[in-house]
Design a protein around this ligand. Structure first.
Ligand code: IYR
Length: 225
């Protein structure tokens, strides 16, 4: 592919490091990212709105199918709305934990210490509700296709979690199921489907996390070289 007169390309100045710097930066970034943990107990300490705006703009630098950026980040701090979201989530989660999840699933979750109570949905200063756009709707109501929507929005959420960690904040990738209540409460248009619910803030004091270990390189990678 090359530029043409209809769609001209522009110069790109890539970041450049020496091999030594590349090695050091890759090590440092891994070390830093390896300190990220999902946290389920939040402090109610406020986080400035501009921080959240920057995190979202970082998420939106993720690549996406045909550069459609098929995501909407709904940001909630209004206490009444957070309460409504908590109540709706807990209703679904109660059903899931008591009737919908299999024995095997509950057993797999046991080490994480989760249950149907979701107080963090009211305590965390911000909830970022990520919606995927199944298609785009223009001002005239015409539908336009989006591509690789799950992959694209998953990538943006990965960028978002990394940005949150980089800012010294914590997050929880929460997936109440089913989560169509979010579309209703936030009055989203019909092309948007809830994807992830991410409380963001500072961790509660002396927070504890499960004693999880990450897989070793040999368990997750195969090199053909
Ligand atoms: N959505 C539920 C259950 C849950 C499921 C998985 I898979 C997890 O990794 C964690 C929780 C909840 O949020 O509690």
């Amino acid at each position: 592919m090359d530029s043409n007169s209809t769609y001209p390309f522009v110069n790109y100045t890539p970041v450049q490091f020496s091999e030594e710097e590349t090695l050091e930066r890759s090590r440092e970034f891994y070390r830093y990212m390896n300190r990220r943990r999902t946290v389920r107990e939040f402090s109610d300490k406020p986080v400035p709105k501009e921080v959240i705006e920057n995190l979202i703009m970082t998420a939106s630098t993720a690549p996406s199918g045909a550069h459609k950026q098929p995501w909407t980040f709904c940001v909630v701090s209004d206490p009444a709305l957070k309460k409504q979201i908590r109540e709706a989530a807990e209703k679904e989660e109660y059903e899931s934990y008591h009737h919908r999840m299999s024995e095997e699933w509950l057993k797999d979750l046991a080490p994480l210490g989760t249950d149907w109570h979701k107080p963090f949905l009211e305590i965390a200063p911000w909830l970022i509700v990520v919606f995927k756009r199944a298609y785009e709707l223009d001002a005239e109501g015409n539908k336009h296709k989006c591509y690789y929507v799950n992959e694209s929005v998953g990538l943006a959420c990965g960028f978002l979690l990394a940005a949150i960690h980089n800012a010294g904040l914590v997050s929880l990738t929460h997936t109440p199921s089913p989560m169509n209540f979010l579309q209703k409460i936030l009055e989203r248009p019909e092309n948007e489907r809830p994807f992830l619910l991410i409380p963001v803030g500072y961790p509660a004091e002396a927070v504890k996390v499960p004693d999880l270990k990450r897989k070793k390189l040999e368990e997750i990678a195969a090199f053909y070289w």
